[in-house]
Design a protein around this ligand. Structure first.
Ligand code: CMX
Length: 134
């Protein structure tokens, strides 16, 4: 069902303050910044081989990422796995008793179709399914 790790999401207070470490010190390829208004985040994408690191900066106090930082501080926020057929993956997880935050896919950064699994039913790790393309 899963084809690879698409990205790891890292919650940060400021993209501008954090980017130099990932882009310049670690030498990751910087692929740009995108605002995902629906999620109230600004996202910086960095490429590591086939996988990506997504730096997530909240754009408002009621962003899920702002709430996460307030509780835990900056750090790893979620892991995203790529799937070939997101509807089939959601159906299989739901049938197995997983609690889906998104019962239907929605649009994430770069036009990917995404759906989150609640961390309470994925061992404390917020987990994203991600279908790139169609
Ligand atoms: N990883 C692990 N656990 C998390 C978590 C995370 N990222 N975010 C919240 N939790 C835990 C909390 O610690 C809390 O646990 P306890 O009850 O044991 O204290 C529980 O989940 C409930 O958390 P909360 O702070 O009360 O927050 P909410 O229930 O309001 O929301 C969640 C939590 C996961 C449902 C919400 O953040 C969500 O819908 N997330 C998916 C969307 C998202 O994260 N978008 C940002 C990224 C967008 C992108 O990548 O494009």
């Amino acid at each position: 069902m899963l084809t690879k790790i698409n990205h790891i999401g890292i919650a940060v207070k400021s993209l501008e303050d954090t980017l130099p470490f990932y882009r310049d010190s670690l030498g990751m390829a910087f692929a740009g910044i995108e605002e995902v208004a629906e999620q109230k985040v600004r996202v910086a994408m960095l490429e590591v081989g086939e996988s990506k690191i997504e730096l997530l900066e909240p754009t408002s106090e009621d962003s899920p990422v702002a709430k996460f930082i307030e509780k835990n501080g900056a750090g790893i926020h979620h892991i995203a796995y790529e799937v070939a057929d997101i509807e089939a993956a959601i159906a299989r997880l739901s049938a197995g008793g997983a609690r889906m935050i998104d019962e239907k896919p929605r649009l994430g950064a770069h036009g990917a179709r995404i759906a989150f699994i609640h961390p309470k039913s994925s061992n404390g790790v917020l987990t994203e399914l991600c279908q790139v393309g169609h």
